[in-house]
Design a protein around this ligand. Structure first.
Ligand SMILES: O=C(O)CCC(=O)C(=O)O
Length: 455
């Protein structure tokens, strides 16, 4: 026997919930019933992207829209008996009012946003915010910017030109997170390329990404960390390892964590107009913040409850962009539904965007743009990192399942799995444990003194 389609079943269930009786006899002429059925149809269509995304109903159980709907249904009994047109109008208003609440990233000024407010309103509920006025007193804003607001290429080349950087070829966001090929060069060579590009002599776009500037030029205080982003266990762990663990582990021959968190998560990005970063969620599902020293960026962000819409029809591969055409689009049948939940915002100079954990995003530089960003973990998002590690572990094990029998022991197989997991996401369980121990130990001494691998 054929099963009725799931989408239809869910729509019927919702109808019954709204109509208020389990198996109601629908009386065609009853205006209350008619209005409620129309409402059921609107709710279903709006909250599931016209049935293409039934799972999105779950998101609305969490975000307050169910309460708003209840209020709407019960508030005005008189309107139940209004004419059909009036009832339809009021339903439309309800939806447009509700959806407009959900599509903007709030803007706050640093002078009017306390740390506690930031935590309660954005960091704890994992919601994005744009914070204006975030660069008070930054040396970078004086020295790295020309008087007409452009990138001060001369200063950068003169002071930091010898640094080695990666420039990523980026034609469009659909080239993947890192774009195309990565070129190893000096910052000075990149500045030369930038100048030639501005004179129309270079067609291929190059984007300087993930420059570990602080690590390399620790004496040059380019910026002051905004207080909202200071509770940062990831970079503290890196700094602690730099100063103590590295020498301890090399002196006792311990090499277990060589491949893990080898670098910090504090970056400078520099790219001309039209450079992009493709669709991704941040490393270890960390939070990130990013501030424009000069230029403007367009951010497009997808709330995490819609991540499943980004995968291909087999649930394996993720789309490289929110916008795809031709046969690429055909491979990702739910991308159009995902786009309906995308939030877009333009970030100007001196503005800090807070990108919460698990929000997939793309970035396009609308002008020549120089930005500073950090990734970070703390008590509010550590569970995101842990969930990712568990998924990475399961995937790494599944990928080499056929090797299990050739391994001499379960431990040998597990070691292989952990190695691959670390290569894929930067951490294995042992390093994750060391990170957690360091994070909960106020002095940082425990992780520095005891190498878990050698215990
Ligand atoms: O600015 C960019 O191009 C990318 C930055 C980014 O993706 C982030 O900070 O998470």
């Amino acid at each position: 026997m054929d099963n009725p389609p799931l989408v239809l079943l869910q729509e019927k269930t919702l109808e019954r919930l709204l109509v208020g009786q389990a198996f109601v006899e629908v009386t065609e002429g009853d205006p209350v019933i008619r209005r409620r059925l129309r409402l059921a149809s609107h709710v279903y269509s709006s909250w599931t992207a016209r049935g293409t995304d039934p799972a999105a109903l779950a998101a609305h159980l969490m975000d307050g829209s169910v309460e708003a709907l209840e209020e709407f249904v019960t508030a005005d009994h008189n309107s139940m008996h209004d004419g059909a047109q009036q009832a339809a109008d009021s339903i439309e208003n309800f939806f447009s009012a509700f959806s407009s609440q959900n599509t903007d990233i709030p803007r706050r000024h640093a002078e009017q946003l306390s740390y506690d407010e930031f935590v309660l309103e954005y960091m704890a509920p994992n919601l994005p915010v744009m914070i204006e006025g975030a660069t008070e007193g930054w040396q970078a804003c004086r020295n790295w910017v020309t008087t007409d607001g452009g990138v001060n290429l001369e200063f950068l080349a003169e002071r930091f030109g010898q640094a080695r950087i990666w420039a990523t070829a980026s034609a469009s966001t659909s080239d993947g997170y890192g774009g195309g090929q990565r070129h190893d060069m000096t910052a000075g060579q990149y500045v030369d390329w930038f100048r030639r590009h501005k004179q129309g002599q270079e067609e291929q776009l190059l984007y300087l990404k993930d420059w570990h500037f602080v690590n390399e030029f620790s004496d040059y205080k380019a910026y002051v960390l905004p207080e909202y982003f200071r509770d940062d266990w990831l970079n503290e762990y890196h700094d602690m390892r730099q100063t103590s663990h590295h020498s301890a582990s090399t002196s006792n021959g311990c090499t277990s964590q060589e491949n893990i968190v080898t670098s910090d998560y504090r970056f400078v990005y520099l790219g001309p107009k039209s450079t992009t970063t493709a669709l991704h969620a941040d490393v270890l599902r960390s939070f990130s913040w990013s501030v424009n020293v000069c230029g403007r960026k367009r951010w497009r962000l997808l709330p995490p409850q819609y991540t499943h819409l980004l995968y291909d029809r087999f649930g394996r591969e993720m789309a490289p962009d929110f916008e795809l055409d031709g046969c690429q689009a055909e491979r990702f049948p739910n991308l159009a539904a995902a786009r309906r939940h995308v939030i877009e915002v333009v970030q100007g100079v001196g503005e800090a965007i807070f990108v919460p954990s698990g929000w997939h995003h793309t970035v396009t530089n609308l002008e020549d743009t120089l930005s500073i960003n950090h990734n970070w973990l703390n008590a509010f998002n550590l569970h995101w990192g842990w969930a990712l590690l568990c998924r990475e572990h399961a995937e790494a094990a599944a990928a080499i399942e056929e090797c299990r029998e050739t391994c001499s022991s379960a431990e040998e197989f597990e070691a292989l799995v952990q190695r691959n997991m670390a290569a894929n996401c930067g951490l294995d369980f042992r390093a994750a444990a060391a990170f957690a121990v360091a994070a909960i130990d106020e002095t940082g001494q425990l992780a520095a003194d005891s190498c878990l691998a050698c215990a």
